[in-house]
Design a protein around this ligand. Sequence first.
Ligand SMILES: Cc1ncc(COP(=O)(O)O)c(C=O)c1O
Length: 381
Amino acid sequence: MNKKGKPYSQIMKELKSAYDENYHFKDGRILGSMCAKPHRVALKAHSMFIESNLGNPGLYPGTKKLEKKVIKMLGSLLHNKNPYGHITGGGTESNITALWIAKKITKKKEVIFPESAHFSFHKACDLMDLKPVEISLDENYRMRVDEVEDEISDKTACVVGVAGTTEFGVVDPIDKLSDLCDGKNFLHVDAAFGGFVIPFLKELGHNLPDFDFKLDGVCSMTVDPHKMGMASIPAGVLLLREKKYLKSISRKPVYLTGVQACLSGTRCSASVPGAYAVMKILGWDGYGKIVKKCMDVTFYLSKRFKEMGLSLPIEPEMNVVCAKVKNPDRIVRMLDKKGWKISKTRKPKCIRIVVMPHVTRKVVEDFIPELEKVCRKLGEI
Ligand SMILES: Cc1ncc(COP(=O)(O)O)c(C=O)c1O
């Protein structure tokens, strides 16, 4: 650290140069991220509440009230009239907290989740010395329910289903998992990505199964406002069916002004008004329009992939498009040199595009010729 303070202008210059090194959603080059450019009202709200800290909730009753409203709104989106929960730092924290609750409630140590589950479940198992029981996927990359049935035992702490998998954006048969768990086993649904997509797709007539608290067996859900919710980053939510789940992890430290029932102490609280403001300004219709636009671009991109000679592992169910390739690493590297940030999957090996709202049809028009050149050069097509 420098001994004497530097002038404001010099610091700003340094910050500007670091900022310019970053990629920005608005430039339409980020094609592999599940985060979105936050809505401007979310940024405004976030900056207004920048010093809030719900780790010490008695000092920020206004922010706390907004958090309750966000939980209530998300409950109404996901068929839970009386939801409990809190804002987290994102899907990882929500998933870890869900397994923590499941462990406390059941006093058991095995967690059943699909091979497609986000790696946060492995982090949770590592942290809490839980045993992961991985379930293989069917030909549509969904968790095999018959295998889950075989694996559920008196050691099971939690069964996890994913509504919108990270790699392929598919929805596990949560309805069947709910029947299997049926109040006897703790069922957590990771809808970090799908929570702000599936309800709107269902309304648009897409044939997707029920996946939320409408199903009696669902105990907890992860849903991320900082993904398709257009909120400021970071903003995750853990939603719970019962108060006792929250109580199982609550603490009331004497030196603070209220109860903490979450993993973090001091926590990212400016994201609460960020999420609240964007949900209010967009409403159901606003999100519906965003999801529709993303899906239109998704289907257009799929068509362009196929015209180019690439094959898809699965027709997109959500705004994630993958194309099978022999060498995704080389494609990713070569596109990276041209300023495109795409991602890839493990099995089958694919390149992967997440069609977030900043990935417009114009972006696809610009991207496809560059991808085609790279694929030809590498003999992929
Ligand atoms: C399904 C799913 N769950 C959890 C996460 C983790 O979310 P975060 O990166 O916000 O911790 C992701 C991230 O993409 C995800 O796709």
